[in-house]
Design a protein around this ligand. Structure first.
Ligand code: NAP
Length: 248
């Protein structure tokens, strides 16, 4: 495909983990990739190199998605670099776990600002661009925790359940223009986010997974690639778990 016909994907939090796997997979599908990161410059360089191996254009931008203005700037930069925006993957996310009786306002706000508001800001920007284009795919990375809940993650569950509500609502707003909005709900995936769990905590979680194993970032990226591609054109407003049966 000639360079100017390539699709352009914007992936938030593409420097590590699931976001990096998504960038690499969409690059392998022939899309130009623009991703952002918050602090991890070195990791971002590694993602860039992985994408460029597939012969596509790739750009990494430092931007904190918890702020509205930073998201507007990021979307504008992405549009300038890519010339269009076909796919938005809202992936950047954080955890600040703890039981509610000990959870600070700061832990609540940090998680809501990044996971929920960040996704909102990016969807608002992408919607404006995609409505003009009359095409686009928005894929939000939620979590099984937003579907079934989890003790010690009230803040995170609120953010991820909120992402599901936003997904369904925006899917209804954009469907007449054939723009799809779907959510992916990973279960327990091996990344830095889960790497900090104790062995005891991991063993307990594994026990609750019918597959009896953790997933990998590529498992999530495969579903994202499907939702970003032509075969999913008639699927919108859905929440699909990638969780080895955890949420059954
Ligand atoms: P991760 O390895 O911790 O990576 C998080 C990514 O998000 C990094 O690229 C990080 O950038 C970026 N990020 C964090 N805060 C940001 C901010 N304010 N602005 C911009 N970028 C920011 O996480 P992961 O495990 O891959 O998780 C990715 C997504 O999947 C998250 O939304 C998470 O909630 C969701 N998820 C993960 C699991 C799991 O088991 N791992 C399960 C369910 C859902 P820096 O490197 O610069 O900090």
């Amino acid at each position: 495909m000639s360079v100017d016909k390539r699709k352009v994907a914007l992936v938030t939090g593409g420097s590590r983990g699931i976001g990096r796997a998504v960038c690499e997979r969409l690059a392998a599908e022939g899309m130009d990739i623009i991703f952002n990161y918050n602090n991890g410059e070195q990791a971002a360089e590694e993602t860039l190199a992985l994408c460029k191996k597939h012969g596509v254009n790739a750009f990494g931008i430092k931007a904190d998605i918890s702020g509205s203005e930073a998201c507007s700037r990021l979307a504008a930069q992405a549009l300038e670099l890519g010339g269009r925006l076909d796919v938005l993957v809202n992936n950047a996310g954080i955890t600040r776990d703890g039981l509610i009786i000990r959870m600070s306002d700061e832990d609540l706000n940090a998680v809501i600002d990044t996971n929920l508001k960040g996704a909102f800001y990016m969807m608002r920007e992408a919607s404006k661009i995609m409505l003009k284009q009359k095409s686009g795919r928005i894929i939000n990375i939620s979590s099984v925790v937003g579907v079934i809940g989890n003790a010690g993650q009230v803040n995170y569950a609120a953010s991820k359940a909120g992402v599901i509500g936003m997904t369904k609502s925006l899917a209804r707003e954009l469907a007449s223009r054939k723009i799809t909005v779907n959510a992916v709900a990973p279960g327990m995936i091996e990344t830095d986010m889960t790497g900090c769990l104790s062995e005891a905590a991991k063993a307990k979680i594994l026990d609750s997974i019918p597959f009896k194993e953790m997933g990998c970032a590529a498992d999530v990226a495969g579903l994202v690639a499907f939702l970003a591609g032509e075969d999913s054109r008639y699927i919108t407003g859905q929440v699909i778990c990638v969780d080895g049966g955890m949420a059954i």
